[in-house]
Design a protein around this ligand. Structure first.
Ligand code: AVW
Length: 262
């Protein structure tokens, strides 16, 4: 009907579905299982079907975390203890760090996260296809196709984490180390298993040339400490964790912070 067409051609504020989404997701899926045989048998076609099942024939502002449950189940992965690295406001640095050190795992390095990292997708109310013209922006509506997926994936990752859980935060960011509505605060901290997580360890990393706005003893980090402890999780904090600082120094080795004897 004309009404249906009107709803389906609604121009959302965000970018449309990434071109060649199916090929990208299938390629990333086969690549991950090939490079990480320890993950066991995964059905990449079923994973694609589960993604379409979550969003086809639905208003992209009406998607819940439960809609993605079949997808999460197909992508199940054991996270070894002490390997989890969460983050807020350090998107670029934290992923450079896990690529360089190979020691820790962000959500975007896991099977589920790596398949969908940096991609856009959404369906339409009356049609079994993706909308390549536009999708809801992150904040356009509460239950959109993209934010619901990342909340589900983040909750699954936090629930599966054990031992020491590390968190890379930005010491030079305005507005504190984590937004009130951040996934770290609203999804990941509440999802952690208090019987399995031995410690939540914050790393607060300044840009090499500053400014030093946040550190372990400033207001936003202390507030986050209280929040973590309210969830019965042991807490610790490190300012300018040296291995991360050395990575930052690759580009500017002559800065004072990069010298061996400071
Ligand atoms: P973030 P989070 N508009 O750096 O703790 C557009 O604050 O939330 O860290 N995009 C947004 C918006 C917004 N208002 N808010 C968030 N985003 C997207 C999973 C955007 O792509 C991992 F495991 C931004 O780069 C981390 O521990 C990203 O969310 C945790 O979630 C991060 O926002 C990081 O999420």
């Amino acid at each position: 009907t004309a009404n249906q067409r009107k709803e389906d051609t609604h121009i959302w504020k965000g970018q449309g579905t990434t071109q060649n989404l199916q090929d990208i997701v299938l390629g990333r899926c086969y690549n991950y299982v090939t490079m990480n045989p320890g993950i066991g048998k995964k059905n990449c076609d079923a994973i694609w079907q589960a993604l379409t099942g979550a969003v086809y024939k639905k208003n992209p502002c009406n998607i819940t975390q439960e809609d993605y449950k079949p997808l999460a189940d197909l992508a199940l992965q054991t996270i070894p203890c002490n390997k989890t690295l969460l983050w807020s406001k350090t998107n670029s640095l934290v992923h450079r760090y896990t690529k360089a050190s190979q020691d820790l795992l962000t959500l975007e390095d896991t099977f589920l996260g790596s398949m969908f990292d940096s991609l856009m997708w959404c369906g339409m109310s009356y049609s079994s296809e993706m909308n390549y013209d536009s999708c809801p922006a992150w904040n356009e509506c509460d239950n959109n196709a993209i934010s619901a997926f990342w909340k589900m994936a983040s909750a699954t990752f936090a629930k599966a984490s054990c031992g020491v859980v590390n968190v890379m935060l930005n010491g030079s960011a305005d507005g504190g180390v984590a937004r009130k509505e951040s996934i770290l605060r609203t999804v990941e901290v509440p999802s952690m298993n208090v019987n399995a997580v031995s410690e939540v360890r914050l790393w607060i990393i300044d840009d090499l040339e500053g400014p030093d706005k946040n550190s372990c003893d400033t207001e936003s980090a202390v507030e986050l400490k209280d929040y973590i402890e309210q969830h019965k999780l042991p807490f610790s904090c490190i300012d300018n964790y040296r291995p991360v600082q050395l990575l930052q120094c690759i580009e500017t080795p002559d800065l004072p912070a990069c010298k061996l004897c400071k």
